[in-house]
Unconditional design. Structure first.
Length: 309
């Protein structure tokens, strides 16, 4: 039986990955989280599962990786605007905490398959549309730079030590648990979750800028499956893959799918005008592809959410 570590297990993507792996495998899963952005509510339903063990801790508190076959590293502060102001906090969370795990692998001479949750934010405003993995890196904010810097650490350390890693560059994940009203930084959650929450409250949706900026939205279930495919790939890859839907929607169009009540607010600086993934590499190598469309998810979510009067 495989033994697995998920860092950031109580977050939006981490908790959905936990559920996906519990349902799809017989693996024993150890999850850690410091609840800086994640929530115990996201994982409480798994606490009585004998295949899941949780500890509240940082990655830097992990003392050994020897027992694990796979490590899914999701722990991060995924906040673009605060990364400009709280620089050292984001460097610690998005770079140094993960570097500790690399150092453990080297120290123990034990190299589990390491699946890293990267970000398409590293492409900035890409010249290549759709954007493949060879596109120029253009980090427009500290968060993107930190995510790319950790990618490079994996790549560079692997030239000297036998790291066994896969980097997945997520585009714009959405889905259950993407919006946490208890998190003071929830304005930087998935815009789909933010819009659905506003609609649920009967409030107008707030669109930054003119709403023409386009995003490639990928459902978190598809993200979880990409993580699984990366983990079980039978050969060493030490490679990077885009994880997106390979389609785009403008923010204004997404708002109109949900409500006819919306307002425009100031544009946020340091964010791309378009994200659009070329996922042909993931399809070919990992045999992975998205299964859920944004339209079907929103239709389903609207039917299930009672609206405030």
């Amino acid at each position: 039986m495989k033994r697995v570590l998920i860092t950031g297990v109580a977050g939006f993507i981490g908790s959905n990955l936990l559920d996906h792996l519990i349902a799809r495998t017989d693996w024993q899963i150890h999850g850690i989280d410091n609840f800086s952005t994640g929530s115990e509510d996201n994982i409480r339903h798994q606490f009585n599962n004998p295949r899941f063990k949780f500890e509240k801790k940082n990655c830097s508190d992990v003392s050994s990786l020897k027992e694990f076959d796979y490590v899914f590293h999701l722990a991060a502060l995924p906040r673009i605007q605060p990364s400009f102001d709280l620089i050292s906090e984001h460097v610690r969370a998005n770079l140094l905490e993960g570097v500790h795990l690399i150092e453990l692998m080297v120290k123990e001479n034990h190299y589990p398959r390491f699946v890293y949750s990267g970000s398409s934010a590293i492409y900035g405003n890409p010249a290549k549309i759709p954007t493949d993995e060879t596109a120029e890196i253009n980090c427009m904010n500290p968060y993107a730079f930190q995510k790319y810097e950790f990618e490079k650490y994996l790549e560079l350390i692997a030239t000297r030590y036998p790291l066994n890693y896969v980097t997945l560059r997520y585009f714009n994940p959405y889905g259950p648990r993407s919006f946490n009203p208890k998190n003071s930084f929830n304005a930087y959650s998935s815009v789909v979750g933010i819009f659905l929450n506003k609609w649920k409250e009967g409030k107008p949706l707030l669109i930054t800028g003119d709403g023409t900026q386009k995003r490639d939205f990928i459902h978190v279930y598809d993200v979880a499956e990409a993580n699984y495919c990366a983990a079980v790939y039978p050969e060493k890859l030490n490679d990077v893959f885009n994880v997106g839907h390979s389609s785009t929607h403008s923010i204004l169009d997404v708002a109109k799918m949900i409500s006819d009540k919306y307002e425009f607010i100031s544009k946020r600086e340091g964010e791309a005008e378009i994200t659009f993934a070329d996922i042909s590499k993931a399809k070919k190598v990992l045999c992975w592809g998205p299964a859920i469309s944004l339209e079907s998810y929103i239709t389903s979510a609207i039917k299930d959410i009672p609206v405030s009067k």
